[in-house]
Design a protein around this ligand. Structure first.
Ligand SMILES: [Zn+2]
Ligand SMILES: [Zn+2]
Length: 331
């Protein structure tokens, strides 16, 4: 089969590789489309040498055809043990044996930037075949956004619709957080990003107020909840500068993983800082339902290109030439 193999830092090679061999309880998927995630970019740039060490086939936002049943499907990329204390509490994303497709640790498991993929049958969810079939490639990032929102509700005892909310990052996660909140009639939303073109796309689809990080109109405000979908030293610093006393920062992005936290403000202003990672199996299913019921609008802001162009497209995301919030590769 053809695959886009992550071979070394900043190098993806489109080449022929053996078809995946099936393990017990697995099924073979013919891949239709796989979205590029920020964490794939992170790996490409050599910033994840443990969990996504080359050589590996990246990609975990996958839809395809389950060849055993000849049905269209989405893949939940998180492989959990179903036995540990977290799995028993339906918190599979914290499973003590968690592995994921497109990752090398704890188990090496190739991802979806290929023609075929092997996956445990329990990770396969049927999707309807209709004209919006390719919207389902957004289930995974939608689930990430939904989890962050659900978790934020647990940590703030106020009605979200009455709060001033800031989303840092106009990529797919930021956009999906805005779209999910809008679908729940939470409308006082603000978004900040360096890239003005990305902000314009976000404004068009979500109608949030948009700002660049140094704009006065942003810096004059303070926020009850901030969703940081970027996770750099700068974004964390901005989040702490703009959060209200007693406010809540949800940390989702993982672009840089140290520094940028003002513990003086965190402590004196009793700011809540909560990490949000992935999603539960239930949230993944709920995201599938939201997309199949068109709850998030037309989702036309995603774009497609052939798997062959992988190297070029990863480079153009790096240089900022590519501004689409979600680029999807098709084999
Ligand atoms: Zn992802
Ligand atoms: Zn487990």
């Amino acid at each position: 089969m053809k695959a886009l193999v992550f071979s070394s830092t900043k190098k993806l090679i489109y080449k022929t590789v053996p078809k995946p061999k099936l393990k017990k309880n697995e099924t073979l998927i013919k891949v239709l489309a796989t979205g590029i995630c920020g964490s794939d970019m992170h790996a490409f740039n050599g910033l994840d040498k443990v969990k996504k060490k080359p050589p590996i086939i990246l990609g975990h936002e996958v839809i395809g055809i389950n060849l055993q049943k000849n049905k269209y499907c989405a893949i939940n990329p998180i492989i959990s043990c179903s036995k540990c204390e977290y799995c028993k509490k339906n918190m599979e994303h914290l499973c003590s044996k968690l592995s994921m497709i497109g990752m090398t640790k704890p188990i090496k498991k190739n991802g979806g930037f290929a023609e075929f993929l092997s996956i445990p049958k329990s990770n396969v969810l049927n999707i309807p075949k209709n004209k919006n079939l390719y919207n389902f490639t957004l289930i995974e990032p939608t689930a990430v956004a939904l989890h962050a929102i659900n978790l934020s509700k647990k940590h703030i005892d106020k009605d979200l619709s009455k709060l001033n909310i800031l989303i840092i990052g106009a990529g797919s996660i930021g956009l999906l957080i805005a779209l999910i909140l809008k679908s729940k009639k939470i409308n006082k939303l603000n978004m900040v990003d360096f890239n003005f073109k990305k902000l314009e796309i976000a404004k068009k689809h979500t109608n949030t107020s948009i700002f660049q990080p140094h704009q006065k109109k942003l810096l004059q405000q303070s926020f009850d909840i901030i969703y940081d979908a970027v996770g750099t030293n700068n974004s964390r610093e901005q989040a702490l500068n703009l959060i209200k006393s007693g406010g809540l920062i949800m940390h989702i992005g993982l672009s840089e993983i140290n520094k940028g936290i003002n513990f003086l403000k965190l402590t004196r202003n009793e700011v809540k800082l909560i990490g949000s990672y992935a999603y539960t199996n239930k949230e993944f299913k709920n995201s599938l339902t939201m997309i199949s019921k068109n709850k998030l609008g037309n989702l036309s802001w995603k774009s497609f290109t052939n798997l062959k162009n992988g190297q070029k497209i990863f480079e153009s995301i790096n240089t900022g030439k590519s501004i689409s919030p979600k680029i999807i590769l098709t084999p």
